[in-house]
Design a protein around this ligand. Structure first.
Ligand SMILES: Nc1ncnc2c1ncn2[C@@H]1O[C@H](COP(=O)(O)OP(=O)(O)O)[C@@H](O)[C@H]1O
Ligand SMILES: [Mg+2]
Length: 258
């Protein structure tokens, strides 16, 4: 399947090798992410999806290979340029990781206070607006402990949107959500791309939304410790490697991929 790079490459990953706990979990990872593209990363539990994501956002140094973001080497660049780069992407980690002693409003306003020049009134207005985008319009004064798991996920997504990122990394944003809220989240991701031109790299283990959301899908094989497929999900369902077709068919068969 030829890659579909119809825009400028926001992210260029080359021959990346990543380790967790002293063990290489993936190697030979290579792909470009085009501006405005939605790429979904899938693979079995423990295949290294979250590990890959931590490397793609510069939190960990790869064993080998490179990641360029907006043309800059993410792991070996000039520290000032990297700090500027970090303001241009948002991340939502798998665990959500909201500050438990802060209200949702405070959680969202913190990155704005640290990394932007927005004044207090604008910070509050934007925090309320982002919470409303994820269906938490009444959540501004709530503490994370008062929320369900699904609401916490959405709050973490709202926080990832706080600085108007051009590029968004999401680690299993839909897990723990009921199907209705998972579908809503997919719609939100699509609207972010449509209305704001946001580029998205999203880890998921839920096949349900992949066909709706993903332009391309990257499949990580845990046993072989490398990627075994990259392409539009419908192409991979039709003619991908066996294990990838099996993976996608499970979603199609469960009747939720419509
Ligand atoms: N901090 C860590 N210490 C030791 N092993 C880890 C650590 N983080 C992840 N691993 C291991 O690395 C592998 C990949 O983990 P992870 O990237 O979390 O997989 P996934 O997100 O695909 O479920 C797993 O075998 C996991 O147990
Ligand atoms: Mg994970």
């Amino acid at each position: 399947m030829p890659p579909q790079h119809d825009g400028a490459a926001v992210l260029e990953v080359r021959d990346l090798e990543v380790a967790a706990g002293g063990r290489v979990v993936q190697r030979g990872i290579g792909f470009d992410l085009a501006r405005g593209e939605i790429l979904v990363v899938v693979g079995g539990s423990g295949s290294g999806k979250s590990t890959l994501l931590r490397h793609l956002v510069g939190l960990e140094i790869p064993e080998a290979g490179s990641v360029r973001m907006h043309g800059l080497d993410l792991h070996h660049g000039d520290p000032e340029a990297l700090a500027a780069l970090r303001r241009r992407f948002g991340v939502m980690f798998q665990a959500g990781a909201l500050w438990s002693s802060m209200t949702l409003g405070e959680n969202l306003m913190l990155p704005m206070r640290l990394f932007s020049t927005l004044d207090a009134a604008t910070r509050e207005r934007r925090a309320r607006e982002r919470l409303a985008m994820v269906g938490l319009e009444d959540g501004f004064d709530l503490l994370p402990a008062a929320l369900s798991g699904g609401m916490r996920k959405r709050a973490a997504l709202a926080r990832a949107l706080a600085l108007d990122p051009e590029l968004l990394f999401l680690d299993e944003p839909g897990s723990g959500l009921d199907p209705i809220n998972a579908a809503r989240l997919d719609e939100l991701v699509l609207s972010l791309r449509r209305d704001l031109g946001v580029t998205v790299l999203m880890v998921t283990h839920e096949i349900a939304g992949i066909f709706n959301v993903a332009d391309r899908m990257l499949f990580l094989d845990g046993a072989r410790a490398t990627m075994t497929a990259l392409g539009p999900p419908s192409d991979l369902l039709a003619s991908g490697p066996d294990e990838v077709r099996r993976f996608l068919r499970r979603g199609a068969d469960s009747g939720v991929a419509a």
